[in-house]
Design a protein around this ligand. Sequence first.
Ligand code: HEC
Length: 503
Amino acid sequence: MKPLSVPKVSIYLQLVKGIPTNALLNEYSFCNSEKIFPMKKTNLLPVLMVGAATVALVVSAFTNAPDQLPRSARDNYLQYCASCHGENHDRFAARAWVYGNSLKEVTATLKYGRPAIGMPEFANAMTDSEISELAAYTIREVAQVPDVLPSTFNIKDKVHSMDLSFVLEEVAGGMNIPWGMGFLPDGSMLVTEKAGKLYHVKDGRQTEISGVPAVVVRGQGGLMEVTVHPDYRRNKLIYLSFADGETSDKINTTIARAVLDKGQLSKVEKIFHGSPDTNSGAHFGCRMFFDKDGYLFFGIGDRGRKENAQDLTNHCGKMHRIYDDGRIPADNPFVNTPGAMKTIWSYGHRNPQGLYYEKSTGTIWENEHGPKGGDELNIVKRGLNYGWPVISFGVNYDGTIFTNDTAKAGMEQPFHHWTPSIGPSSLTRVTSDRYPAWKGDFLSGSLSFEYVERTLIKNNRVVGRERLMPKIGRIRNVVQGPDGYIYIAVEKIGKVFKLVPVK
Ligand code: HEC
C-alpha cells in the first residue's frame, strides 16, 4: 500500500475511526502547516500516524467496522452534516423547506442529494436505516431551531488575537448576505447583497443604488462581487458578477458593467456569460479584480460537476481573463487551442471564491473550496492546471474517495491547503501598517466554521494559523480597504464591520 500523506491520514482517521470533524477542529487554533514542511526522518509522530492509519484501514477492510458499529444519528450528523449546516442545525434557522419535510422527502434528500440547491448525496456513506434515522433526527431538530439564533460571539467585545487587539465598528447593515465589497476613489464603499441589491456607504450613510440588473437567486448564486474600474474617475464604470440566464433553470455566472452616477446605474452591459447554463445552484465563483495592466480576472467554480474543471470546452472550474469591455486578449493561453474557451487563464479549480491580487509582484493569490477537506490556497499562473478533481487533499462529502492522488506531473500543488475544510469565501493579504503584527499574513473568510482564518507567513512560507472571531457568523468577505483597514462581511447578522486596532 502506498504511504499516505499526513493530511490524508487525518481525514482517514476521521472517517474510519469516526473522530468527528469538530474534534479535530478544536485542537487547531495554532498549528504548523502539514503541507509546507516536509517530514523529517527523525520525527516519529507522522510515521506513527501513518502506521496507525494503515492498520486502521486494513482492519476496517477486513471487518467492515464502520458498518457494524451502531452509529447514532447525532454521530452521523456531526460527521457528515455539521460542517455545512452547523453543529446545532444553525443554518436551518428561519429557512423554508424546498423539497418537503416528511420523513420520505427528507430521506430522499439525504440519500440522493438535491444538486439544484447544492445538497450532496449520502447513499454511499450510510445504510438505508441510518439515513432514515438521520432524516427523522433532522426533522425533529430543525423544528426546534429558533428563527433568530443567539450568537456566542459578542460583537461589542474587544477581540484579542495572539498579537494585537481590535474592536468591530459597524459600517453597513440590514442585509441578509452581504457578498461583495468595492471601493470608489473617494474612499466610500459599495456593498452587494446576494439577494440582488447594491448599496453605497459614505460617511456612515448607506443608500441603495438603483438600476441594478435582475439576477437569479438560487443556491449559492445571486448578486455576487462588485469591482470598481481602475479608471473610474474618468469613466464611472463598475462591474457586477451574478447568476443569470434565459430562465431560472438555465443559469451561469454572468458579468455586467454599468455606469454609476448619482446613486444610479445606467448603460448596463453584459460583457461575459459562462457556458454551459444549467439548473445547478452550486459553485459560481465569482470574485473579480483588475490587474495593473487593466485586465479583468475572475473565477468560476465547476458548477457542481467535477468533470468540467479539466475540460477546456466550458467555462466552469476555471480562472478567466478579459479586457474591461469583454473582448478576449490575443495572448490568453488557450486562444489557439481548438474547442477551448478563449477567456481561460488557468483550470482545474473547484470553486474559487477568494482572489487577492498583489500589485507589488503581480502575483494572483486564489483560495478555493475543496469537497470534504482539501481547500486550497494557490498562486495562479497563466495556462496552468490546478488539478481538480484528478488530484486533491479532500474526499467526497459522504466520505467516499474520488482520488488517491495528491500530486501528479503537469498539475500544480497548492501553496497551502486546509483539512478539515474551512470553506474559504474570500481572501486578502494584510499590507497596511495598521496591523503591524499581521503584516504579510493572509486572511480568509471561513463559511463552515464562522470565523476569519489568519494564515501566518514568514519568508514566503506558512508558519502557523489563527482563528479570529470564532462563531461570529459565516464570513462572506474579507478585504483590506484603500484606507488600510480590514473590512469583513458577516452573513445572517447581515453587517459589514471595520476592524479597528486598540491598545
Ligand atoms: C457541502 C455542504 C453540505 C453538506 C455536507 C450537507 N448539506 Fe444539506 N444542504 C446543503 C445546501 C447548500 C442546502 C440548500 C441550501 C440551504 O442551506 O438552505 C442543503 C439543504 C439541506 C436540507 C433541506 C432540503 C429542503 O428540502 O429544503 C436538508 C434537510 C439537509 N440539507 C440535510 C443535510 C444532512 C442531514 C446532511 C448530512 C448527511 C447534509 N445536509 C449535508 C449543503 C450541505
